[in-house]
Design a protein around this ligand. Structure first.
Ligand code: ATP
Length: 218
């Protein structure tokens, strides 16, 4: 039986907030692997600043030295908005019914979860690890619909997620890192150093391809 973590995002660019969260959740949730899944066209966010090929290349460089991390490019192969429900159905079709899937969602993204395409069906395909992001509203600030969804599926014991394949929400405590792609893009645009926010290999790639220099979105 496999236990697989999933981190979807725009990764525009990937940073240590993503990488550290994935590492801590592998350990906290006894996962075998984490799949990093870049969105082609994120349905709930502005158009990414750089092309999918650059976002994927930076992601692949950043995770290359971690055997527990995998790149999964399936959303880049689909046309239209990158809906998580489609990704989960596609992953499920490749897995054993007992395999456990855990979708990682930061608290900023979760606060809009009830607007996601077929959001109520998502929990029948995976578990959710809800991660508190520094400076973002706490779960008690969620709207009624999300609070009751959280209440219905919540488990305090994160290890329940490896006993069942789907259906649970946990809120593991991780090291809070107030790093965002938005702040990194702003720093690069203002010619400030983004060192120690993302791996050097990502910064080298950004410099080599002259990304985030204030050009219009691709
Ligand atoms: P942007 O600033 O462009 O909105 P971002 O930094 O939020 O980007 P995404 O690629 O959109 O990065 O994030 C993918 C997922 O990772 C989301 O669920 C998001 O909440 C989560 N996440 C991003 N940064 C952190 C962080 N520092 N700590 C915890 N979760 C994070």
């Amino acid at each position: 039986m496999a236990n697989i973590g999933l981190l979807g995002g725009t990764f525009d660019p990937i940073h240590f907030g993503h990488l550290r969260m994935a590492q801590e959740l592998i350990e906290a949730l006894n996962l075998d692997t984490v799949k990093f899944i870049p969105a082609a066209t994120p349905p709930h966010k502005a158009r990414p600043a750089v092309a999918p090929a650059h976002r994927s290349a930076m992601l692949q460089l950043a995770i290359a030295n971690n055997t527990g991390f995998e790149f999964d490019g399936r959303e880049l192969l689909r046309d239209g908005p990158s809906y998580s429900i489609d990704t989960l159905r596609s992953l499920r079709s490749e897995l054993n019914a007992h395999d456990s899937l855990v979708l990682f969602i930061g608290s900023d993204a979760f606060s809009q979860f009830n607007t996601w395409h077929h959001w109520q069906d998502i929990i029948s395909l995976c578990h959710i690890a809800l991660v508190q992001r520094p400076g973002q509203a706490k779960p008690d600030g969620l709207n009624e619909e999300l609070l009751s969804f959280l209440h219905d599926h919540y488990t305090e014991n994160s290890l329940d997620l490896v006993r069942e394949p789907t259906g649970l929400i946990t809120m593991p405590a991780i090291t809070p890192l107030a790093i965002s792609s938005t702040a990194i893009r702003a720093q690069l645009k203002n010619q400030q150093a983004a060192r120690y926010l993302t791996p050097d290999c990502v910064l080298d790639y950004i410099a080599q391809h002259r990304l985030y220099q204030g050009a219009l979105p691709c």
